[in-house]
Design a protein around this ligand. Structure first.
Ligand SMILES: [Zn+2]
Length: 141
């Protein structure tokens, strides 16, 4: 995947699940070296609307520490797993956004209509974040 992006000169945003980022830590510097952006996608990929705020904060912090230790920089982008809380429909889905905003994250998701604006910001190739080689690899789910 990185070879294809490199040949096409297409920067992407890789939202890192800390657990998988740790297992593939040797790839993290290459992402930055080749001009890609890094985002946080929690540590083990929970539904953020279903966990306590303290656990969400811990999840984000753990992934952030991984990114900082490997890359020497912090990410301000957050893509919540499954993104259902980016367009909240219930009060429970709003709560995580309040916390992540207070923590300094810009929360985003891949719009389902794949408009140019959304794809420009988020060519969210989550092969490092979600199931390796799985069907979600290009869906940004
Ligand atoms: Zn995901």
């Amino acid at each position: 995947m990185l070879e294809i992006l490199h040949r096409a000169q297409v920067p992407a945003t890789f939202c890192i699940v800390g657990l998988k980022g740790d297992l593939n830590a040797q790839l993290l510097p290459r992402l930055v070296d080749e001009g890609h952006e890094i985002g946080n996608h929690t540590f083990p990929h929970p539904n953020v609307a279903m966990i306590r705020p303290q656990l969400l904060s811990l999840e984000l912090n753990a992934t952030e520490r991984l990114v900082e230790s490997r890359l020497g920089r912090r990410s301000v982008l957050l893509r919540p797993p499954d993104a259902e809380d980016v367009e909240p429909e219930t009060p429970e889905q709003v709560k995580p956004l309040l916390l992540t905003g207070d923590l300094g994250y810009y929360t985003y998701h891949q719009a389902p209509d794949h408009t140019p604006a959304s794809t420009q910001l988020n060519v969210a190739l989550l092969w490092l974040a979600d199931e390796p080689g799985g069907s979600r690899a290009l869906s940004g789910a």
